[in-house]
Ligand binder design. Structure first.
Ligand SMILES: [Zn+2]
Length: 397
């Protein structure tokens, strides 16, 4: 299997590669129309990209009366690794150059064990996917981590839930162990990229993607591009204050959104409710059975009608909806996508978020604003990670 050794030499080649990645095989004539370049120039650039091993001939395009033309596609031998590191689990996926997932693994981790332990596990998982025959090697890898990233260097900066990661050279270290180029971003930005590439936000240029898991973050897509802000911390909405006298947060402040609603906050509040005798139903039964409560227990209790569980989810949805309403007024997105493990807690959460946003934002902003769950589930971040590294490798060096 040949490795991707070449990068595009100019902006025309970049557009050809990205178009074939996003839209699939096309004839030279179709490429010429889509990237607005003469057929002869397209033919020259396609030939060069073929010589470099990045493109191959795929078969005949549909005849339109004239001579049938060959379709061009990205080399089917290209392989990318998408790695989505969460606080409690990691997703690793192998994709082809069109970013179709060829294989995917999810395993539990504890991100607090630090980068060395987590990367050892990622490398083992990548090895399992190779052993399954999905790749001989990787042409590039994208990596998402659940904290702020200084994007240019691929380095986490003071991530509140990731002790031991501050300043760790993730991009450099993983590039060495995986033996391929690596790009690193915040996990929420990658979820947004994934949903835009293959999910519910396909072809949507201005949207917000809110991830609710162990923490809460927001991917901001403006004109089709992720907006990372001046230093890479745009969208860190988990630390917007929702209650000045509220719970202490891992960041050192008080009353942050994610201190009031996140996987960890939900587990804490459920435990407090049971211990103070407020829940005598399904939550109490679950605590008695396992000795602990998680966000998933709250979801399961809500599904069987436990009043305390339903109240906790509704109150959490109110907090998130309150913050999203502010974002909608500020940003005027055409779509809000919700993802992350906690969004699996049932319809009550989505209903509470929608109610708050529609009630608090102005009609002009919400008149045609879908608020929906993501399409891609647990692989959204990994697909976004593959998208990130191909955005990099399909650009001129
Ligand atoms: Zn905080």
């Amino acid at each position: 299997m040949r490795r991707m050794t070449a990068r595009p030499a100019n902006a025309h080649q970049e557009r050809v590669l990205k178009l074939l990645r996003d839209e699939g095989p096309r004839s030279r004539a179709e490429l010429s129309g889509l990237i607005d370049l003469s057929r002869s120039k397209v033919a020259v650039e396609v030939d060069r990209l073929m010589s470099a091993g990045l493109l191959v001939v795929d078969g005949l395009a549909a005849s339109r009366g004239g001579r049938r033309s060959h379709r061009i596609r990205l080399s089917p031998e290209l392989r990318f690794l998408g790695v989505d590191i969460g606080a409690t689990s990691v997703d690793v996926a192998v994709t082809n150059a069109e970013l179709e997932v060829l294989g995917h693994l999810n395993e539990p981790i504890d991100v607090r064990e630090g980068p060395v332990a987590v990367f050892e596990q990622v490398v083992v998982m990548a090895g399992k996917l190779k052993a399954a025959g999905l790749a001989e090697s990787f042409d590039g890898a994208g990596v998402g981590i659940p904290g702020p990233v200084r994007f240019a260097e691929g380095v986490p900066v003071a991530p509140p839930i990731m002790p031991g990661w501050d300043g760790f050279p993730v991009r450099k270290a993983l590039s060495q162990v995986l033996g391929c180029p690596v790009m690193v971003d915040n996990d929420v930005n990658l979820m947004a990229l994934g949903e835009r590439h293959a999910g519910v936000a396909k072809r949507v240029d201005d949207f917000l993607c809110v991830k609710i898991g162990t923490g809460i973050g927001c991917g901001i897509v403006v004109n089709g591009q992720v907006h990372r802000g001046a230093s890479g911390s745009a969208g860190d909405i988990g630390h917007i204050q929702v209650d000045p006298d509220g719970h202490p947060c891992a960041c050192g402040n008080r009353g942050c959104l994610e201190a009031h609603f996140s996987g960890a906050a939900l587990a804490r509040d459920a435990l407090a409710a049971v211990e103070s005798g407020h829940s005598t139903g399904a939550l109490a039964d679950r605590l008695a059975a396992s000795g602990t409560l998680t966000a998933a227990d709250v979801g399961a209790a809500a599904n069987v009608g436990d009043a305390v569980a339903l109240d906790l989810i509704r109150a959490g949805g109110d907090h998130v909806g309150h913050v999203i309403a502010g974002l909608v007024s500020f940003f005027n997105p055409s779509l809000v996508v919700l993802g992350g493990r906690v969004t699996g807690l049932g319809h009550g959460l989505l209903a509470a978020i929608r109610t708050q946003v529609y009630r608090r934002s102005l009609p002009l902003a919400t008149g045609n604003l879908p608020i929906v769950l993501g399409d891609l589930g647990p692989v959204a971040g990994a697909i976004g990670a593959a998208r990130l590294i191909t955005d990099h490798l399909f650009s001129p060096a």
